[in-house]
Every structure is written in C-alpha cells, then in structure tokens.
Design a protein around this ligand. Structure first.
Ligand code: TRP
Length: 458
C-alpha cells in the first residue's frame, strides 16, 4: 500500500485492489458453504435464486459499501459517524461488528476442520478408504471433543498472529499467487468430477431447476448467503473501500469482485455434486459435504495424494485471508474507537472469539446446547454452531438493508455520484439505475424475503 496525500494508505495498483477484495470475499463461503446449502435446498432452483440475489441486491450493496468507505476513509463505525454526524447511523457499523464477531466464531471452527484435513491429506489418510469410511472419518472428527477445538485454536492463533505480526500485506502478496492456483486446482477437480461414472445425476441436480423444491427458507438462505459470500452487510467492504485510491473505478471493481466470487462458488459446486452422486453421498449432508465428497475424488485421480494436500492447503489459505479481514474489522474498531492498543485489541478480540467458537464446536460433541429459531412459519431447534450460521444469514441482510437506505436516502446524492464517477471523470450512464436499485429494489427485496420467511408464504 502507498500513502495517499499523507492520509490513509491506499492500494498500489488496480490488480492489488481486486486481488485484496477477492481475497476478502473468496473463502469457506464459496467452497464449503455454497455447495452444502445448495445440497440442502435442492440444487438448480436454489442456485438461480442465489444468482438473482447477487445481481439485484449484491451488486448495488457492494458498490454502496465502497462508496461509504472511500468517501469517509474510516473504519466501519467511524465512517458512518463521519458521513452522518450525531445520528444513530453509526449503529449500522456497530451491528456489522457484532455480525463479524459471530461469523468469525464459527468460521474458525470450519477452518479448523480444514486444517485437520490438511493433516489427513499429508498422512495419506484418505487412501483406500471407501465413501462410508470417509464419512466415518468426518463424523469421528466433529464428535471428538478436543480435536476440532484444538484445530480451531491453531487457526485463530494463525489469524491473530498475522495481524499482530504486521505481515498482513505479506500474506496478501502470497494470496495473489495462491488464489489463482486455487482456481486452477478447482478446474482440474471439475474435469475429474464431471468424467466420473454417474456424474450425470450431479450435473442435472446443478443445472435442471425443480421449482417445487423452493420454499421460503431456501430463498432466505440464498439471500443470506449472497451477503455472506460477497462479505457484505457488515461494513467489511466499507473498511476495505477506505483503502481504495481515488482513481479506481468503483463500479468496475464491484463487477470484477462479484464475478470472481460467483465463478469460484459455481466451479466448486461443479466439482462437488457429480462426486456426491457418483459416490452415494447424501446431498443434504450439511456442513460436512465438501469433506465427505472430495477425498473420494482424490482417491480416483492421478496424483490424488498431491492434489488432496494442495486443495486443502489452499482452502485453508482462502479461509485465512477472509478471517484476517473479519478480525481486522473488530480490531480496527477496538483500536480506533475504544482506544485499545492494537496488540491488546487483537488479543481481546481473538481470544473471546476463540472461546465462543470452542463452545460452538463442542455442541457437536459433548455439550447439548440448542437454540430456537423461527423460520418458514414454524420454530426450529439448532445446535449452537448451526444456529450461529443461521443467525448470520439473517443479520447480514439486515445490515445490508440499512447500508442501502443510508446510501440511497441519507447521503447527499451529489456525494454518491461524485464518488462513483470519480468527480465526473468517468461516465456513469447507469447512475440513475443504481439509484433505483439501492433505494427501492434491494431494500424491498430484502424486506419481502424476511416477511416471506417469517410467515412461510412461498
Ligand atoms: N465472504 C467470506 C467467505 O465467503 C466470509 C465473510 C463474510 C467475510 N463476511 C466477511 C470475510 C467479512 C471477510 C470480511 O468465506
């Protein structure tokens, strides 16, 4: 990063802008969460709704977050204070902070599973294991009381270490090479998966929509996941936007980041679903899906040992670049607004998040701790870990709603236009369309999805 007029650091090149935003967006959401919820909600029709959410709501909200961040050049909370002083709008940033906290608590657990799979891949733990045995390996891991907790702690120490060590930029440099490599590995897995005997059923699941499977909960999940995957709704992209230089084209950046994130998710689905059907894994297996499925693929491909290690290492790196940004949102606030030293802020945030995460992890093994949630017109009960995932899917769209209203109605129209057009330097013929989307389409779609979810209408 470079200094910008002696004020805030900005990214040094266009590529750096996109690579960092993509590093923030691409993570477990694309490869772990997208496939498993697609499995639960029935495939192609769900994916279609997800894509509609991305275009109608994700794109405008991402641009809105960039606009707030680059205009104010402050952290998630302070940006709102800067643009709308002495109003409660800063609560939008504060709400995002709480959401980030919750997300990171379960994110660390899943990233911990990923680290365990790196270890299994290195020690050749998948070799000659049948799909049933691979299933058992996963169940044994998550029902073991201490192993997932230990891996989660290792992951959180890594995340905090990167922030404390000030090597964030260094990690991002590596990510610029490693993330394209992840893309290549996924494409290789796609080719292997599609050519498996029995792959056809998986392709149909992905591409042939069956709208009878769609219900209110599925639509809510698609919306929640659109926010999760694009890292929207918690002002993370506000913080990120504050580092974008004044010459960058925010509209184009929004398009590129969204496209990259969506393509990776779809390609991950394309690697997983043919294998789900080829190896008789249940599509509705839930959070374990990627771990149950892909080791079968590695077993059935040349140099599978090597690809297995590479895949899980890269997945862990993708998780790390996201978790660093998640922790950074919290740390920046503790540091700048609560006046803690960065060291103290990092230690306080990371240790409390790790503690919460450990507790969540244990609700899969020795602690029975369920929480209720009302959706689809009735009450459901979830283990704490699943509950946290569900609740973040609700909190992100709520945050996104207020961000949309803020940019649509509270910020001065001239300021918004000035930011998007780089003070008139770039032609933004689509500006009035953006205004309609951020004022009406996105907020109304979010409210409609909630009403539908609560009353179970569709
Ligand atoms: N988008 C990330 C993923 O797909 C997860 C995430 C949600 C995130 N909100 C974030 C990452 C904020 C960084 C900052 O895995």
């Amino acid at each position: 990063m470079e200094k910008n007029n002696g004020q805030r650091e900005v990214f040094s090149s266009k590529f750096a802008v996109i690579a960092a935003a993509a590093g923030l967006a691409i993570g477990l959401g694309n490869i772990w969460k997208f496939p498993y919820i697609t499995g639960i909600y029935g495939g192609a029709a769900f994916i279609l709704v997800y894509l509609i959410c991305i275009v109608l709501i994700g794109l405008p909200v991402m641009l809105a977050e960039f606009v707030i961040g680059r205009r104010a050049r402050k952290n998630a909370v302070a940006s709102f204070q800067e643009l709308s002083p002495n109003t409660p709008w800063y609560l939008t940033g504060a709400f995002g902070l709480v959401t980030g906290y919750i997300i990171l608590s379960f994110y660390g657990v899943i990233a911990g599973w990923t680290l365990h799979y790196v270890f299994l891949a290195i020690t050749n733990g998948f070799k000659n294991q049948s799909p049933e045995q691979l299933n058992n390996i996963f169940t044994t891991l998550i029902t073991n009381p201490w192993q997932p907790v230990a891996w989660q702690l290792i992951f959180m120490v890594l995340t905090a270490g990167v922030i404390l060590g000030g090597v964030k930029d260094g990690i991002e440099k590596y990510a610029k090479i490693l993330m394209p490599l992840l893309l290549i590995i996924i494409i290789i897995l796609d080719i292997r998966a599609i050519t498996l005997p029995g792959a056809k059923e998986g392709l149909e699941f992905l591409f042939k929509p069956d709208f009878s499977k769609l219900n209110a909960t599925a639509i809510m999940s698609a919306l929640g996941h659109a926010f999760f995957s694009l890292s929207l709704g918690m002002a993370a992209m506000v913080t990120y936007g504050s580092y974008i230089g004044k010459k960058e084209n925010l509209g184009i950046t929004t398009l590129q980041v969204t496209l990259a994130d969506t393509v990776i998710a779809l390609l991950a689905g394309l690697a997983i679903f043919p294998a789900v059907f080829a190896f008789g894994v249940e599509p509705t297996s839930g959070p374990g899906l990627v771990f149950l499925t892909l080791p079968n693929v590695f077993n059935k491909m040349p140099a599978g040992y090597f690809f297995g290690i590479l895949f899980f290492v890269l997945l862990a790196v993708a998780a790390l670049t996201s978790s660093i940004s998640l922790l950074e949102v919290v740390v920046a606030y503790f540091n700048e607004n609560l006046k803690m030293s960065r060291k103290k802020a990092t230690l306080v945030a990371a240790s409390t998040i790790a503690l919460l995460g450990s507790f969540e992890s244990l609700t899969y093994s020795i602690i029975k701790f369920d929480l209720p949630l009302f959706k689809g017109g009735k009450w459901h009960s979830f283990a704490l870990l699943d509950w946290m995932i569900e609740i973040s899917d609700l909190m992100l769209p709520i945050g996104g709603f207020f961000i949309a209203i803020f940019v649509g109605f509270v910020m001065k129209d001239n300021d918004v236009k000035d930011e998007i057009s780089n003070s008139g330097e770039i032609e933004v013929a689509w500006y009035s369309a953006f205004k309609v989307f951020i004022r009406w389409v996105a907020p109304v779609a979010i409210i409609a999805t909630f009403i539908n979810m609560i009353f179970g209408l569709v």
